[in-house]
Design a protein around this ligand. Structure first.
Ligand SMILES: *Cc1c(COP(=O)(O)O)cnc(C)c1O
Length: 375
């Protein structure tokens, strides 16, 4: 098995794996499971500092993005798609599938969305039902200030759907200090449970907008409204994946036990950037680096495939390449959740250096050493 230092999924701790092997009750019928599910959702709300209802849906992170768009979009709705990254732009597909009209606000992929530029744009055009924005857009690693962005959108009555699949639990996020109406998360990134679950935090305003629709939600699995009042009615829309949720709960307990999660992510990410820069490796971003992932340009004369393959073969370490407009241009080191670990990141930098040098690229310092000094 490779050590996975990818931009997600992340490594899963033993106690999470063990929690998934517990005996199962019938999650459709057993009150004990309804209580367990609700309590776990309560902890999710607490982790994000909100009273907004949290929900866990059976399906990988993409389900949450689609469910948010499916549940809010009615045919003809104009939706502002804030696009400074590949996931950001990707929301336009979901909007279109459900009959909405995506309007792109596209900015430079090398930087976070500039709040002033967005404000200026909105002064001229603000006829949108909701907007979509990504917290950490993982292909470039850019971190957007989704809290501030949501507050600006709210001044025009525009709701916010925010994707923090690769941000939350590694980057602090305070929902009560935001106007985010639907926040989307996934189990397999910084929370370090296996892939398979979506988490959603839904505001009352978003529930009201779903209830006020003139047309029915064009989906069943992606219909958030079907989860409303599940506890009172003792009914989920479909059978909940109980073992996955047991694992998620233990991962969440691990998160709450860790007193310095965010500081550690910040220290490691900062030291990794210093080491790479000192080694003469170019970071993709000019500013706005997320503390969950570091994205570096593939040096001239070698390919991403050579680099990834060399690290796997010689060091047994797997990092991520990229896709879409960044395919072949960058590779990505994930250091989120269980992988926000100085030892693991140091080994990864040493392996990267060894592989680069074997492929004939120059590295101008001992990057693992610089990392250790900086941390
Ligand atoms: C991982 C991720 C998702 C979920 O998508 P998959 O690539 O299918 O895991 C959604 N949004 C962002 C920003 C992600 O990093």
């Amino acid at each position: 098995m490779y050590k996975i230092m990818t931009a997600g999924p992340t490594q899963v701790r033993e106690n999470v794996r063990m929690a998934r092997s517990q005996e199962c009750t019938n999650p459709d019928l057993d009150q004990e499971f309804f209580d367990f599910y609700r309590e776990t959702c309560g902890l999710l709300s607490k982790a994000l500092h909100t009273e907004n209802e949290a929900l866990i849906l059976g399906g990988e992170g993409i389900l949450g993005l689609e469910a948010a768009c499916a549940s809010l979009t009615e045919p003809g709705d104009r939706v502002l798609v804030i696009d400074n990254g590949i996931f950001g732009k990707g929301f336009s597909d979901f909007v279109r599938i459900y009959g909405g009209e995506p309007v792109l606000f596209t900015t430079d992929y090398h930087r976070p969305v500039e709040v002033e530029a967005l404000s200026t744009y909105l002064e001229k055009d603000h006829d949108f039902k909701y907007a979509t924005v990504v917290h950490c857009d993982t292909p470039s690693g850019v971190l957007n200030d989704v809290e501030t962005i949501s507050k600006i959108l709210d001044t025009y009555g525009i709701m916010t759907v925010a994707d923090s699949v690769a941000g939350m639990f590694g980057e602090p996020l305070n929902l009560s200090d935001s106007k985010i109406d639907i926040l989307c998360g996934g189990s397999q990134k910084a929370l370090s449970a296996p892939p398979g679950l979506t988490m959603l935090w839904v505001s009352d305003r978003a529930f009201r907008a779903m209830e006020a629709r003139k047309t029915p939600i064009a989906g069943f699995y992606a219909n958030i409204l079907l989860f409303k009042d599940y506890y009172e009615q003792k009914a989920f829309p479909y059978t909940m994946p109980i073992s996955d949720i047991k694992g998620l709960r233990t991962a969440l307990d691990n998160f709450f036990e860790d007193q310095e999660v965010y500081q550690r992510h910040a220290r490691i990410a900062d030291a990794a950037r210093k080491a790479l820069t000192a080694g003469g490796i170019k970071l993709y971003l000019e500013s706005g680096w997320s503390n969950t992932v570091t994205v570096l340009e593939v040096p001239e004369g070698i390919t991403d495939q050579q680099l990834l393959y060399g690290m796997e073969k010689d060091y047994n370490i797997m990092i991520s390449g990229c896709f879409d407009v960044l395919a072949g241009k960058v590779v990505r080191i994930g250091h989120m959740g269980e992988n926000a670990d100085p030892q693991k990141v140091s080994e990864t930098l040493a392996a990267l250096q060894g592989t680069l040098e074997k492929l004939g690229a120059q590295v101008s310092c001992d990057m693992a050493d610089v990392f250790q000094q900086a941390i």
